[in-house]
Design a protein around this ligand. Structure first.
Ligand code: FNR
Length: 347
């Protein structure tokens, strides 16, 4: 690998800064949402079914490991571990941005292909920026024999980076990719959320799947401010949308778009609340990366085994035998969120 490649170095810094700023607390607003328990659940815990349709394929759980990394030596280790765990749990796993592969294929290839090698039959998602064209996107898909493609929207992150892009002319690229690649496309944010106005724009150009990836967990304004010692841009998160707000924003699109939710997922209750609010499946990056950085792969697996047990526990408590049943649980929003909904005309 070239020693001084700036893009590779950035990937390494992201991994370690995400861990530096990781906290168990979530700022995604799930604490402003309450689900009511069911005193008469009328079910057996053993009958609870967590299987989920993820873009047409049957997965064992309504969770996925969202985009994190690739293109550096530590990336290889994390991608290997993520894909092994995803294979065991039978959940989708995404690659980090493959832009660096498109630029330096030989040097970075194995840090991405490990995702497929250790998960030959699983659901693997390639990831590119909205700057690439359809041919480049297809190259990324082909490398991983990917089952889907994520296009990430990261304008706020780029603006916060000293070396970041200054041009955000993405709509034509997204449309070209959606129209031409061979797998389903998911357009995703990277932790600042997506508004209903943006959902309308995406829907109008033929996008079918959106990961609203809201504010509340990994914060790239904070991470890039730490990398860019001259500028403190942490105040930028003040105008991003939390994961819960983004889920509310998506409400009127949920019949037309598959909505995936991520951003600040910490507990099984966060997952259930996101599903209740219309997500088809719920993604995690910071949480799984934290476990893999702090603990062994075996210990991380134990953590997720317990996480899954607790998903069932909560489902039993709200009387839900299936993911579909979760959508029927009574839900209460606090005053801040009801005010938000009123101002944003969300019914
Ligand atoms: C990310 N994320 C990300 N997203 C993306 O689409 N392409 C990428 O290359 C990356 N890179 C990346 C690196 C690291 C270290 C982290 C932690 C995250 C964003 C990620 O997929 C997700 O949208 C946000 O992190 C919000 O989810 P969490 O981390 O709060 O669960």
């Amino acid at each position: 690998m070239p020693k001084q490649d700036a893009q590779m170095q950035r990937k390494v810094e992201h991994l370690f800064l995400a861990e530096k700023f990781f906290t168990d607390e979530s700022f995604a607003d799930f604490d402003r949402v309450r689900l009511l328990h069911n005193a008469l659940p009328e079910l057996r815990v053993n009958d609870i079914d967590l299987t989920t349709d993820f873009l047409g394929k049957k997965m064992s759980l309504p969770i996925y490991f969202n985009a994190i990394t690739g293109g550096s030596r530590p990336s290889s280790k994390f991608n290997t571990e993520l894909s092994r765990l995803a294979a065991k749990l039978n959940i989708p796993v995404s690659s980090g941005s493959m832009g660096v592969y498109l630029r330096l294929p030989e040097e970075t290839k194995s840090s991405f292909t490990t995702l497929r090698e250790h998960n030959p039959n699983g659901f693997v998602i390639a990831n590119v920026s909205a700057k690439v064209n359809a041919k480049q996107a297809q190259t990324a898909i082909d490398l991983l024999k990917a089952d889907a493609l994520q296009i990430h929207l990261n304008a706020l992150q780029e603006l916060a980076m000293p070396e970041g892009d200054q041009e955000f002319l993405w709509m034509d690229h997204i449309k070209e990719i959606v129209d031409n690649v061979t797998v389903p496309v998911i357009v995703k944010e990277v932790g600042f959320g997506i508004s209903q106005e943006n959902l309308a724009q995406l829907f109008n150009i033929g996008v079918k799947n959106v990961d609203i990836s809201g504010f509340g967990g990994t914060d790239f304004a904070q991470i890039e401010s730490e990398r860019n010692h001259e500028l403190d841009l942490t105040y930028l998160d003040r105008f991003s949308l939390s994961t819960v707000e983004s889920l509310l924003e998506s409400r009127s699109y949920q019949n037309n778009l598959t909505i995936l939710a991520s951003g600040g997922i910490r507990t099984p209750m966060d997952v259930i609340k996101a599903l209740r609010m219309g997500a088809t499946s719920v993604g995690m990056s910071g949480l799984v990366l934290h476990h893999l950085q702090k603990y062994s792969l075996g210990e991380t697996e134990i953590f997720f085994t317990e996480f899954i047990k607790q998903l069932k526990l909560i489902m039993a408590a709200i009387g839900a035998k299936s993911i579909e049943d979760i959508k029927k649980a009574p839900i209460i929003f606090d005053g801040n969120l009801t005010n938000y909904m009123k101002q944003r005309h969300i019914d």
